[in-house]
Design a protein around this ligand. Structure first.
Ligand code: ACO
Length: 210
């Protein structure tokens, strides 16, 4: 337990990531970088030690980084910047989550408490599989996807890059959601969604294109 975890983004989602990381017992230190530093010195029980642009200053052989930014677009940008700088990304799977094949979870992803990722489901880079959500068998999630708390993805659902599936929504088996889509809170998706669609309701209807 000698590694230092540095989390970018000291908001609520960052604290959830730190709480998960602390339970894993892999890290001797957990710290944050945030744009509000130096005014912001602490979040939860963890120190804020610099700004996001200070990454190179803190990069050591024993350091892992985690991007805790809810916006899929900003998380994508910051994650790509870290990869360009050869930073090691942490993958955080809460000890109370069930993940059938951890090797199919992309780097930089957080799987929160009580989430389930069932057999043969593949999760891309820097996803958020939020609290109590389930991704059933044979799903394929692209990079930078956010599955909000309590979502239910049935078997063989595909979600394109940077799409957001809102809290408590449901997608029936085999449906395909394009890239950069938004499915509103509490929706039930019975059809495929084209790229950039925003859909809401039960059954979900497209209300606009992003
Ligand atoms: C731990 C965490 O907190 S993780 C974060 C979880 N957060 C979420 O899940 C947020 C989900 N967000 C939503 O559902 C939002 O309402 C969005 C993104 C779908 C739409 O937001 P906006 O683009 O601002 O749309 P807006 O609020 O203007 O609504 C547009 C119309 O869609 C309707 N609408 C919006 N969301 C929904 C919804 N979830 N279900 C049904 N109808 C909806 C509105 O009532 C409105 O209808 P009207 O035109 O007849 O008045």
């Amino acid at each position: 337990m000698t590694k230092h975890l540095i989390i970018l983004g000291a908001g609520g989602h960052g604290k959830v990531a730190a709480d998960c990381a602390a339970l894993l017992g892999r890290y001797s230190r957990i710290s944050f970088l945030d744009a509000l530093y130096p005014q912001l010195q602490q979040t939860g029980r963890w120190p804020v030690i610099g700004k996001g642009e200070d990454v190179s200053q803190f990069k050591q052989a024993d350091t892992e980084f985690f991007v805790a930014i809810g916006s899929n677009q900003i998380r994508q940008k910051v994650t790509r910047q870290l990869l360009t700088q050869d930073c090691q990304l942490a993958t955080l799977i809460h000890p109370m989550a069930y993940v059938s094949q951890p090797e199919l979870i992309g780097a930089g992803t957080l799987v929160c408490a009580n989430a389930v990722v069932n057999i043969d489901s593949k999760i891309g880079l820097a996803n958020i599989i939020n609290t109590g959500s389930s991704v059933d068998h044979d799903c394929v999630l692209g990079d930078f996807v956010h599955i909000a708390p309590g979502v239910r993805l049935a078997g063989a659902v595909c979600i394109g890059e940077s799409s957001f599936i809102g809290i408590g929504s449901v997608i029936i088996p085999g449906k395909i959601v394009g890239s950069s889509c938004i499915l509103g809170a509490g929706s039930t998706l019975l059809t495929d969604l084209a790229d950039y669609a925003v859909a809401v309701g039960s059954p979900a209807k497209v209300i606009k294109q992003q």
